[in-house]
Design a protein around this ligand. Structure first.
Ligand SMILES: [Fe+2]
Ligand SMILES: [Fe+2]
Length: 273
């Protein structure tokens, strides 16, 4: 019997992941419609310089949301457990709404700017990875956490009501997406055969480097907007360790000691405006 047959015609009702079921119920309760929840007719209150800088940063976010929609869809097909498939199906719809929200916001701000080299390489590599454990770690634990903290840093720096409203709605969903990693990743990590651990470590090291470079690419625009990118990086790192502490195993997850010092060093080396 093929893997698809085994999963599709399993007669036993799923009962292994009650917390994922709770998250699935929460996701359905939280559903919002980006077309109607946000007042798109309100005028932007930003200067032209700030609008363009923000459009450049949010273009990277827009590509990230597109990738997240694709990756969540891939994971629905790839993961073996029904409760995970259900909650990831909600994530597909949530990412579709984020894509829709950023389409509208970018049009109002300025336009969609091209991706940076590193954001392109990072997102393409996660999409092309066919190992579900690595894909879930890369997107839901790693990229979603960075995105969440950059949304908060942007929200603190940009006082425009429309921009804040969009970021608030989106950030509320992204929290659920890191929760999928916390609740489900340990079970996948435990089942990962030893020969795939080296692949998982290599992927994480690559994505960590590309992720850092991607954030660095946004540094100039972040400075124009007064966004505290270094602070956001340190908060993202702290949250990453908090998420790890909530997992019953971190087998296979990369740990870089003193990574906070690496972030400080990079910021020190960046030119001041
Ligand atoms: Fe998203
Ligand atoms: Fe997300």
């Amino acid at each position: 019997m093929s893997y698809a047959d085994a999963a599709l015609f399993e007669e036993r009702l799923p009962d292994r992941f009650p917390k994922l079921v709770t998250l699935y119920e929460k996701a359905k309760r939280d559903f919002w419609d980006e077309s109607t929840a946000i007042d798109w007719d309100q005028e932007l209150t930003l200067s032209m310089e700030h609008r363009v800088a923000l459009a450049r940063l949010l273009s990277i976010t827009y590509y990230g949301e597109r990738a997240a929609m694709t990756i969540a869809g891939q994971l629905v097909a790839l993961v073996p457990d029904e409760e995970a498939k259900q909650v990831l199906s909600c994530q597909v719809v949530e990412e579709a709404k984020h894509v829709g929200a950023f389409q509208r916001l970018l049009k109002k701000l300025d336009r969609v700017h091209p991706p940076s080299t590193f954001s392109r390489r990072l997102l393409v590599d996660i999409i092309e990875t066919d190992e579900p454990t690595a894909k879930l770690a890369g997107m839901n634990l790693f990229v979603e956490n960075i995105a969440n903290h950059s949304f908060h840093a942007l929200r603190d720096a940009v006082s425009d009501p429309l921009v804040r409203q969009v970021l608030d709605y989106v950030a509320r969903d992204e929290k659920k997406h890191t929760a999928v990693a916390v609740l489900y990743l340990p079970s996948l990590l435990e089942r990962l055969p030893p020969h795939k651990l080296a692949y998982l470590y290599a992927k994480q090291a690559k994505w960590l480097t590309l992720g850092m470079m991607m954030v660095k690419d946004g540094y100039k625009d972040a400075q124009i907007l007064g966004v505290d990118l270094a602070g956001a990086g340190q908060r993202a790192l702290k949250q990453h360790y908090k998420l790890r502490e909530q997992m019953k195993t971190t087998r296979g997850l990369l740990d870089v000691p003193h990574f906070d010092k690496v972030i400080d060093k990079i910021v020190e080396l960046l030119p001041r405006r």
